[in-house]
Design a protein around this ligand. Structure first.
Ligand SMILES: C[S@@+](CC[C@H](N)C(=O)[O-])C[C@H]1O[C@@H](n2cnc3c(N)ncnc32)[C@H](O)[C@@H]1O
Length: 253
């Protein structure tokens, strides 16, 4: 598959190029999400800190981030746990930055979800924050991740509906939940839709607070994009939750 034909490829190359250069974006991320991981989505520090409890405190721990962007989330988890970090992303720009920022005990690869492969039972934890929906077939991708996980390993997923994929009825009806069932994987899930509504409000206010810096850097179009992404919170929560949902799934092999 030619990467350039994939959904949002050019947009993500442009996004990670901007993320590397822009002080306004770094400051925005810190304000909006509590930490700068060059987020393009909804992953704040509270969600990322939830992952820490699943990373074993021992030697030879390997964790993988699917769609890792420029690796900053993995860098944070490594700092907290000393795990060996692996990440892949289809963005050449993002992987170049990740290799530069986190050169030790790490492996970053350019790769496409559903195509890239790893050895069996390699990882203690696999993380997918807002990336499952880029798989052509989520059930096939879940089967592949199951193969990569060690016995009792954990797949940690941040899963948003109403953005890339449409909203379904509830947490047990999502395409992911069905894919987990097909693959015989048990999960626990929490609904963080209301928290996400509040997060998006914070994201909108943080963007407005940094508008002048974005424009002074010549990154005004990214400010406009952030406004577009957060337009949904100009509606009351009751309306928002009809169209959007966010869940955290913790899935055991
Ligand atoms: C919504 S962003 C999430 C990034 C990061 N995980 C986060 O939570 O901030 C989606 C990420 O997946 C990558 N991506 C999108 N489609 C992909 C694909 N088909 N194969 C590999 N990576 C992909 C993008 O480059 C981007 O880094």
């Amino acid at each position: 598959m030619n990467r350039k034909d994939l959904l949002f490829y050019d947009a993500y190359e442009a996004f990670y190029t901007m993320a590397e250069k822009s002080n306004a974006f770094r400051a925005f991320c810190k304000d909006a999400f509590g930490e700068d991981f060059s987020q393009d989505g909804f992953s704040n520090i509270e969600q990322i800190n939830m992952i820490l409890q699943y990373i074993p405190q021992k030697d030879n721990v390997n964790i993988l981030d699917v769609g890792c962007g420029n690796g900053k989330m993995l860098g944070y988890l490594q700092e907290k746990t000393k795990a060996y970090i692996h990440g892949f992303d289809y963005s050449e720009e993002a992987i170049k930055t990740a290799k530069f920022l986190f050169p030790y005990n790490s492996q970053f690869r350019e790769g496409i979800i559903g195509e890239i492969d790893y050895p069996e039972e390699m990882f203690d934890v696999v993380i997918s924050m807002d990336t499952m929906y880029f798989a052509k077939d989520i059930a096939v991708f879940v089967a592949q991740i199951k193969k990569w996980l060690k016995q009792n390993g954990v797949l940690f997923v941040g899963y948003q509906e109403g953005d890339v994929i449409p909203k379904t009825e509830n947490v047990n009806n999502t395409t992911l939940a069905k894919a987990l069932l097909v693959n015989g994987m048990n999960y626990e899930a929490v609904d963080i839709t209301e928290k996400t509504y509040e997060l998006l409000k914070t994201k909108r206010i943080s963007a407005i607070n940094h508008k002048n810096e974005f424009e002074a850097e010549g990154h005004g179009e990214w400010f406009n994009m952030l406004m577009g992404q957060t337009e949904c919170v100009t509606e009351p929560f009751e309306q928002f939750k009809e169209k959007m949902a966010r869940y955290i799934y913790v899935i055991r092999k």
